[in-house]
Design a protein around this ligand. Structure first.
Ligand SMILES: CC(C)(COP(=O)(O)OP(=O)(O)OC[C@H]1O[C@@H](n2cnc3c(N)ncnc32)[C@H](O)[C@@H]1OP(=O)(O)O)[C@@H](O)C(=O)NCCC(=O)NCCS
Length: 217
């Protein structure tokens, strides 16, 4: 990105939804070609973003240039309440949509689901509950070509100011991105927990680290 390109940070608007969903799919599996893991971007984008854009849009912020979203931070003030809505409402709807769209008839998707279930059986998804001390949660992604230009830092600062204003005492989130680790440490987050995830090994040739970061205000 040209250093002089003006990029503004603002609250999420419904018209940002498609751009945001596109970026979420592009960045879902770091180091793997988009589409190699999961064939259906509509279902993938729902799984990654729908709670945030449709249930808590006020906790979402975007980086915009030329009327186009090039990065976002999406989050929730209350991760426990989000889990409840995900389990009761979003997950069942997602399964029905995936069935309607033939997601479970695709061999790549079935393989990915199998790898995830195998990780779950190995206990890789078990993590302590951090939501009491760090009630909020976030996901941040910048489109490639717009990274390393300060947008991530601006989005994090905007989101933190919003959480403080809302009286939220802390935020936590998980990431598989080894690359982003340095960024989050620089932004003042600390590593609360760390584990290994094997479900991407068939694609990457190795297990990856999973980090839970947190910050209290
Ligand atoms: C990780 C990510 C959000 C960082 O955003 P960014 O806009 O590229 O980062 P910034 O330009 O705002 O960087 C802010 C500071 O962090 C530093 N930084 C950025 N990425 C870094 C990295 N990988 N390692 C160490 N420091 C890093 C920058 O040098 C900068 O430091 P400075 O203020 O001293 O110059 C972005 O690169 C991204 O979306 N990556 C791909 C998807 C991803 O990994 N998302 C996180 C999953 S939760």
């Amino acid at each position: 990105m040209d250093k002089l390109t003006p990029v503004s940070i603002r609250g999420f608007l419904p018209r940002d939804r498609e751009d945001l969903r596109r970026i979420s799919c592009q960045t879902a599996f770091p180091g793997i070609k988009p589409g190699e893991v999961f064939s259906d971007n509509e279902v993938l984008a729902d799984a990654l973003t729908i709670y945030f854009t449709d249930h808590e849009p006020q906790s979402c912020f975007v980086a915009v240039t030329d009327n186009r979203v090039v990065g976002y931070i999406i989050g929730t003030k209350d991760a426990s309440a989000m889990e409840h809505i995900n389990g009761k409402n979003i997950f069942p709807r997602l399964i029905r949509k995936a069935l309607r769209r033939g997601v479970f008839l695709n061999i790549s998707n079935l393989k990915f689901i199998f790898y995830c279930l195998r990780s779950a059986c190995r206990g890789e998804f078990f993590m302590p509950d951090f939501s009491k001390k760090f009630p909020a949660m976030l996901h941040i992604n910048i489109e490639s070509g717009y990274r390393q230009a300060g947008l991530g830092a601006r989005l994090i600062k905007t989101y933190e100011a919003y959480l403080r204003e809302q009286g939220v005492s802390g935020v936590h989130f998980g990431t598989l991105s080894e690359e982003a680790k340095g960024f989050f440490l620089k932004m003042g987050f600390t590593i609360l927990a760390q584990g290994r995830r094997s479900y991407l090994k068939p694609y990457l040739g190795k297990e990856v680290n999973f980090y839970v970061f947190g910050k209290q205000f």
